[in-house]
Design a protein around this ligand. Structure first.
Ligand SMILES: Nc1nc2c(ncn2[C@@H]2O[C@H](COP(=O)(O)OP(=O)(O)OP(=O)(O)O)[C@@H](O)[C@H]2O)c(=O)[nH]1
Ligand SMILES: [Mg+2]
Length: 336
């Protein structure tokens, strides 16, 4: 999973406890008698505590991804789910706290050296460090929530993809199982309880990804909220085409008119190439429909490999067009 490297983000309380405990432990067993050893002891307690805090804060920041480098699909999902801007702000406040704590520790090391009684100086230092850490309490909590949500994002690779859509019970899973020849892997996807299932197949040494999207692309777009729609359109960042399956026998329990309406919505929302295929061609109830491009039966295999070949051609073409656009854009910026 792409975000699995992010560890739990500790609370401010946990951070402080950990660092002060360690600082105290570093001192235990040392025989502090004279002024000199007392100075050294307090000095090193402050430095230990500060180092542990700055190390911890830096580690948290480092383990979060650099959002600019994320594949666009994940960037968009991360943005929908937690807000990339808010994450950036919180992370930069952690950076700020880390710098500040380092400064405070150095300042107080200087003060301890000049003082007759180092204990109150050290206590004041810990007080200031604590209030810095408490001031980023909200950021730590927010980042931990973000982390928990990001970890649930699906493993979708940046490779040619076929997204399978259509009403429930029309043969989406049957198609995915047929072409990938295996039980697809189930990956979590925000807003679907069932997750998306992802399978792969190879043609001429090229790997293709097939996504079955139960609960995601099996009901009308008009029933969805804004966030859900954005999560769906994150898919457009993939090199993908949509296979829209119609149950032309209506044995799935949904009328052709409703299925057709959903198809129009999918076209509108996705702006991806769509292949419309009538499934269950083996049934006597099957109807030939004018808006359907091809027909198949995942039960008898009729038409399945033809549909797959057309989909592959469509993905290849989509990728070529994308590359042409990119080249053109690069040439235009060169001209400037
Ligand atoms: N006769 C016939 N039945 C089919 C065909 N394809 C699928 N079915 C049947 O239709 C039912 C639904 O198939 P699935 O592949 O589970 O459909 P789905 O679209 O994934 O359904 P959900 O995951 O519930 O949305 C099953 O009982 C299949 O056996 C077909 O080509 N012909
Ligand atoms: Mg299914």
């Amino acid at each position: 999973m792409i975000f699995e490297k992010i560890n739990t983000v500790p609370t401010s309380e946990e951070l402080l406890n950990k660092s002060f405990r360690r600082a105290t432990r570093a001192m235990s067993g040392k025989n502090i008698t004279g002024r000199r050893t007392a100075l050294e002891a307090n000095e090193s307690m402050m430095l230990t505590a500060a180092n542990i805090l700055t190390d911890n804060l830096k580690n948290i920041v480092r383990r979060f991804p650099t959002f600019e480098n994320l594949p666009p699909f994940y960037y968009e999902l991360a943005d929908v789910i937690v807000g990339v801007d808010d994450m950036r702000k919180s992370l930069s406040r952690l950076d700020w706290a880390s710098v500040k704590i380092h400064e405070i520790a150095r300042e107080y090391v200087g003060r301890v050296r000049k003082s007759n009684d180092p204990l109150p100086v050290r206590k004041q230092c810990f007080g200031r460090i604590s209030s810095i850490i408490y001031s980023i309490d909200k950021d730590l909590l927010f980042l931990n929530q973000a982390r928990n949500k990001l970890r649930k994002l699906p493993t979708v690779s940046d490779e040619p993809t076929i997204v399978v859509a259509g009403y429930p019970n029309i043969g989406k899973s049957s198609f995915v199982t047929k072409v990938t020849g295996a039980t697809p892997e189930i990956a979590p996807y925000p807003f679907t309880t069932k997750g998306v299932s992802i399978g792969h197949f190879f043609v001429e040494n090229e790997r293709y990804q097939v996504m079955d999207t139960p609960g995601l692309l099996d009901r009308p777009m008009s029933e969805r909220n804004e966030i859900e729609l954005q999560a769906i359109t994150a898919l457009k960042n993939l090199d993908a085409v949509v296979l829209f399956i119609i149950d032309a026998s209506e044995t799935c329990g949904y009328e052709i008119e409703d299925q057709k309406r959903m198809l129009e919505e999918v076209r509108r929302e996705f702006k991806l190439p769509v292949l419309v295929v009538g499934n269950k061609a083996d049934l006597p109830e099957f109807k030939d429909l004018d808006f359907v491009d091809m027909k198949m039966s995942t039960a008898t295999n009729e038409g399945v490999s033809e549909v797959t070949s057309i989909l592959i051609e469509m993905v290849k073409k989509a990728i070529q067009e994308k590359e042409l656009i990119k080249e053109k854009e690069e040439m235009e910026t060169d001209d400037l």
